[in-house]
Design a protein around this ligand. Sequence first.
Ligand SMILES: [Zn+2]
Length: 301
Amino acid sequence: MSFKKPTTLLRQANVALHKKLGLDEPVDKRPRHTDRMTILSPGVTIAYHKRKGEDYPTAQMKNACLAGARRAQAAVAKAANVLAGVSMLRQKESDILTRTLAAHFNLVEGDLANGTLSDNTKDKSFALSDMGKHDRRWVIEKIRKQMLHLSFHLNTGMYLIDIDPTNRKTAGGAVVDPTQADPNEEAYVIGHTSLKRGCGYRNGEIHINFDELKTYSPNSYARVIIHEACHKYLEADDHEVFDATDNDNHPAYAHQGIYASLPLLQRLTNADCIAWTAISLYAGAVKMATPAAYHPDWENS
Ligand SMILES: [Zn+2]
């Protein structure tokens, strides 16, 4: 089902009213690029700019988006369950969980993460004296809570807005130049950190480049959605790490060498750590794009 965006209808009604009263067209204080919405399934709605005489977004774009959205819903739910098995039901860690924690949280048995942990023993038997301690289970419980939070939001209903970068003339209510846009920008959420956010404003919606991602596998598409959902719902960041090769700070994305040096506490609120963990636990294999092997996990994990 497709329909005109409510904000577009309101704007059109306001313009028509002014016209009828013989007044000048009112200034659009918050111009928006997208004007149409489609419900792809009961839990997934998209918004986009309708192109006259064109079939846009194409069936391929919509199919990839729906498959990615459903996979994102399934992946965070599954990951939350796997983590709950260990932190709440005291089951033994599965091999895939151990390897995922090592890859994305640098959590290696026996390593105390530069003093952040007081103990890092796998499958440690329960002891009351461990309550409140920063041990391995404490880390797993922290990640579980993030996954459950994501699962609640993503499985309640997902709203994805097309970036449409080479046609978009407005973003966040401000004018932008489509000729300066990066056609390969995958996704974004406006205002996801407390620093960038104006007081009292909620985070923006998840924007996805429908065209760029139309050939992505469901797992890779889902990884992008979950990364952005971490920004939107968890206030997670893309934490920066100092890179000695160019004497500058860079976001610690999984596909960069500096990912390995991100401290544990920052990993707990780092979008890529959480997103790749969800996909890895869903897939049953450690997934991540690395400097040495960027493909195929990036777009076809
Ligand atoms: Zn990010």
